[in-house]
Design a protein around this ligand. Structure first.
Ligand SMILES: [Zn+2]
Ligand SMILES: [Zn+2]
Length: 313
């Protein structure tokens, strides 16, 4: 989701022209060998960690539908080895806190997301006071919609000035629609990995962009998904093409909703490298957080993974 979704809309006309000249690359879901290669060799790991990367409970990625992310953006993915080579921003001793901040009056409630985020990343999570959007932030009406949009570079400047010293990252969430550049119609969010700041919008999870009937009842689940996916990017995880996974890209809300709220073995190995949690303890906490949020299917999934890691199994 985020920046390239907007590019593809802005460049839709050009895309049609390019297709007539150059055959578009086609995404092909990887097979078992490619998935194992993406996970990398496990020798040298302890028995418990090896079992945390087992394939049981994970579903291969299906062929994408015509409007789905991997048709619009046939990404190559990122193996565990490539992840290490990218020198991802790990949560080191001095920078271990994930900070969340509401931005603007329409911001989603963040406090209810804290237990889930702490379980997911195995790091302390704190909510900062609301970041006001001052009149100096540039705005415009959204193309085709009578909705105000905020200019993302101005928002990232506000966040850079507030980054706490112990922050692994600072993620701001707003209910306002966003644009990153005059030529783009909108953007779901944008982050600067090197500056450890990002801003993400829930505006397009609800009216007027989607019908109220589609928005109802899923607000908290969508906010959890948005938070974990975007914070995953802040740890250097690229989009996943190996399994059905929280880190899959999503081109539209239906695809976003179809993504699971958990990580595949490849992405779990990356996040564990960056955040350093104990996988069994993590699933135990996630099971509780999902149950508390009323997400029974995800709670059952996390419980099954936790049990598969019990000693003696
Ligand atoms: Zn993404
Ligand atoms: Zn994955």
């Amino acid at each position: 989701m985020e920046r390239r979704a907007a590019v593809s809309l802005a460049a839709a006309g050009l895309g049609v022209l390019a297709w007539t000249l150059v055959p578009a690359p086609v995404f092909r879901p990887p097979g078992p060998e490619e998935r194992r290669a993406a996970l990398g060799p496990l020798d040298g790991l302890g028995e418990a960690e090896r079992r945390a990367y087992a394939e049981a409970g994970h579903e291969p990625l299906p062929w994408p539908g015509a409007r789905d992310w991997l048709v619009a953006h046939p990404e190559a993915g990122q193996t565990f080895e490539q992840y290490l080579a990218s020198r991802p921003p790990a949560a080191d001793g001095g920078r271990r806190v994930l900070y969340l901040a509401p931005m603007g009056a329409q911001a989603p409630a963040l406090e209810p997301l804290v237990p889930f985020a702490e379980a997911f990343f195995g790091l302390p999570v704190a909510v900062l006071p609301e970041v006001d959007v001052p009149p100096s932030v540039r705005t415009r009406p959204a193309p085709r919609w009578r909705v105000r949009q905020l200019f993302v570079p101005d928002l990232l400047d506000l966040l850079r000035a507030r980054l706490p010293r112990d922050a692994q990252a600072l993620l701001a969430f707003t209910g306002d629609d966003l644009y990153p550049d005059a030529s783009w119609s909108y953007v779901f969010g944008l982050a600067s990995l090197s500056d450890r700041v990002g801003v993400f919008s829930t505006a397009r999870h609800g009216p007027p962009f989607v019908a109220a009937a589609d928005a109802g009842g899923r607000g908290r689940e969508r906010a959890m998904k948005l938070l974990a996916h975007e914070a995953g990017h802040m740890f250097g995880l690229a989009h996943c093409v190996h399994w059905r996974c929280l880190m899959n890209g999503a081109n539209h809300l239906r695809e976003f909703d179809a993504r699971p709220l958990h990580l595949c073995p490849v992405c779990l190995r990356k996040l564990r490298h960056a955040a350093g949690f104990d996988p069994a303890r993590r699933y135990e906490r996630l099971e509780r957080a999902f149950r508390e949020a009323g997400l029974e299917e995800e709670a059952g999934w996390a419980g099954a993974r936790r049990r598969s890691l019990e000693p003696g199994r």
